[in-house]
Design a protein around this ligand. Sequence first.
Ligand code: SF4
Length: 351
Amino acid sequence: MLSTAEALPVSVTSEFAFELQVCQWAERAWVPADDSAVLVARQLGTKHRRWDTVVLECDPDGLRERAKLGAESFDSDLLHVLRNAPADWTYYRDALPDPGYPWRYVRESIHEAADRDALDTRKRGNRIQIRRVRPYPDWLRRIVAIENKPDLTASAARDLAPQLERDVALSLADEVWVATAATGERVEPVLLTDMPAAAGVLTVDADRGTAEDVWQPRSLSVADPGTRILDRPDDDHSAARFEYVDPDWKRERRLAIAERAYERGWRAYADTMRPDCRHFQLRADETGVYPYCAAKERVPTAAECRGACPSYEPEPPIWRSKGWPLDGGPGGAIRRLLDRRRRRQRPGLSE
Ligand code: SF4
């Protein structure tokens, strides 16, 4: 359960703990480019690249409209249907652009959208007709990708720089940043590394839960074709291999990422960790709320907090039944608490 009485500073003991701290900070303090609403998620991206922290800057009215379609995300196939659904009853093949894959998959998406009350369908003869319930709103304005490296050693910087170069070349996100722990030195060591100049730099004060932008990023051209770097040889004599990426693919991927971010937020860690373990707690300090393991006496990593953890002990059955005031015991209550907090960031969704 959330324990503010034990408001010990939650030290950053792993990249996972640092990542949660960056997410908390971004949700509290990210300043968007305009009047945008801010949503924060973690561990999202494409098949080839997963960003640690993702900040969405959203049109506030569009975000409310998006809520009317429910809390669950829509994948690319469903988006293809929803974004092209007509206002009046139309045979689906006349209404939707050729998807570039077999129509039977489109029919599956139509049925799924109808099951989720996001699309009206009816049969006329042998033909399925569709009609939109409401227009899919234009809710996403910008995507900001943050790579978290609390301890940016020289070798970590050497590994990270090519990844950021790839992000800049592809320009799928509007901005890319690296976040690292503040050292307090006169010149932060991260500024002496060989990061691409287009990537911004945040230094995070782990004790206070604050961050400072010590290098501003360049806004990337998300509407233009991108460049996917396939191979970058170590020597200076061989040419790099790359391919162009279509703006339509980028538009589609951005919206699919935003949809996943809308559903998951950054508190979805409880879905893969074990809040039903008797040692699992949520603790709060001035920087935010964190998962805490009483057995390990620190923030457990998402990888170790599993049923296979040697210290895992299921919460006693009595916690879930008579004598325990919370339905489902503390594990269930923790999940519901995190879910309520996630929904609070999405205006228009009921708690
Ligand atoms: S003992 Fe293991 S499973 Fe239980 S909370 Fe700690 S890390 Fe998670």
